[in-house]
Write a protein that binds this ligand. Structure first.
Ligand code: F3S
Length: 430
């Protein structure tokens, strides 16, 4: 791999052992991927803190938080002192909500260890955003900006909607990027890999958040790790907003491995179909009509059997303020069914906004709760006794039954709120 003089100096130890180990990791990782050089990045999104008893014991026996960072973020068994990050770094979601640990069955010791690790990460320079949607709360990279992000739903949004450039990185490569401001130049950092491979022609209007989730779920299954470009006929529905794009990308990254998509006339690298395809022919043309839409809906609802539900989870990916406002409007003046719990997940910063705007009060008056930092799939936590859950997220409907063995109903936000208030799923594809 070609290294610049600055990179050679870091590799040779000029900036200390942690940076040296980070460079060594990046060179080995880059060479394994066939990268010929590194690119500079000034934007990393990653998990840094620790939430497990295993990491707590590790810290106690091996040398504190530096040992945890060395092992889990630098893949180094040797404990090295960790210097401040060189790069603007945002913290992703965690395994529980530290503001409401009791709901997720988290004991005091684990909470205290997490708080210690949060202070450590903040001291190194991490922004404690604690969300899978950093682009909602102050981390909005610009078109062409090289990033090093983890979290598939954030990666696909970063690449596709913002036109910035990242692969789906891991904790270790992100840890190395924080200390060096470098990441291997391969995959979606390079122009030649950003053109569409599959063309999707729409034969139905795609309008609601649910519709965009269904379309994403269909596309992910079909193209797997390809790059889809969606072509809508003239006058076919309104342009999707942030929640719709967020649900679409998250769904495509769940049923498949989509890290980049293009929507002709909407996303930055698709002003025209030809532009998105890079002048080449697609390897496949897919049609999405009523039959494909229904099939995606049925696949997402395959685990659902019992109409009685015990739990409604909203906020995957983390809800926007607009989605919280909508949920609050649907809940205003109503009460949840006594056997149902409603958890809505959002970033900490958006919760503060929802608190000030009065939405939290309305949700709580109905019996629901607004939570942060995590979700049921990440925390593996649902209210006790949950057998069936209602969801408005294709991504969560894809993962939660597999993770926790619960039944999942997937539908619109309004259907989920209705289920929360009646205790029964009455939804169906319109
Ligand atoms: Fe976020 Fe959890 Fe969904 S971390 S994308 S809400 S699975």
């Amino acid at each position: 791999m070609h290294l610049s003089d600055e990179e050679k100096a870091m590799y040779d130890g000029r900036d200390g052992p942690a940076v040296q180990k980070a460079m060594d990791l990046l060179v080995r990782y880059g060479e394994a991927l066939g990268a010929e050089r590194l690119v500079e990045t000034r934007n990393v999104c990653a998990t840094i803190t620790s939430t497990t008893p295993f990491q707590r014991d590790f810290a106690q026996t091996r040398g504190g938080m530096d040992a945890v960072f060395s092992e889990f973020s630098l893949d180094s068994q040797e404990v090295v002192p960790i210097p401040k990050f060189k790069v603007f770094t945002s913290h992703l979601q965690l395994g529980f909500d530290p503001g409401q640990p009791e709901r997720m069955g988290i004991d005091t010791q684990t909470l205290q260890f997490y708080e210690r690790s949060e202070r450590h990460a903040a001291g190194l320079g991490a922004q404690i955003m604690n969300t899978c949607t950093p682009y909602q709360v102050g981390n909005v990279p610009t078109r062409g900006e090289h990033c090093a992000w983890m979290e598939s739903s954030a990666v696909v949004y970063c690449n596709s909607v913002l036109g910035a450039r990242t692969n789906t990185e891991g904790r270790e490569s992100c840890g190395a990027a924080m200390l060096t401001a470098r990441i291997p130049d391969w995959g979606y950092h390079r122009d030649e890999n950003r053109h569409a491979t599959h063309l999707v022609e729409l034969d139905v209007e795609v309008e609601s958040v649910q519709d965009w989730g269904l379309l994403g779920y269909f596309i992910g299954e079909q193209v797997q790790s390809g790059v889809p470009v969606v072509h809508r006929r003239e006058g076919f529905g309104r342009a999707p907003n942030l929640p719709r794009l967020k649900h679409f990308g998250a769904a495509a990254a769940s049923s498949g491995g989509v890290e980049l998509f293009h929507l002709v006339g909407i996303t930055p690298e698709a002003p025209t179909l030809d532009h998105a395809l890079g002048g080449k022919k697609p390897i496949e043309v897919l049609r999405y009509g009523p039959a494909e839409r229904r099939a995606a809906y049925e696949r997402l609802n395959t685990t659902a059997r019992e109409a009685e539900i015990q739990y409604v989870m909203l906020g995957c990916p983390h809800y926007t303020i607009e989605q919280i406002w909508e949920a609050a409007q649907l809940l205003e003046g109503r009460r949840l069914h006594p056997d149902v719990q409603l958890w809505i997940f959002t970033p900490r910063a958006i919760k503060a906004l929802a608190d000030r705007s009065g939405h939290t009060r309305i949700i709580e008056a109905a019996g629901g709760v607004l939570m942060t930092d995590s979700c049921s799939a990440m925390s593996r936590a649902v209210p006790p006794g949950t057998r069936a859950v209602a969801l408005d997220s294709a991504k969560q409907a894809h993962y939660l039954p597999a993770i926790l063995g619960v039944q999942a109903w997937f539908g619109s936000t309004a259907e989920c709120i209705e289920a929360a208030c009646t205790g029964r799923w009455q939804g169906g594809l319109k």
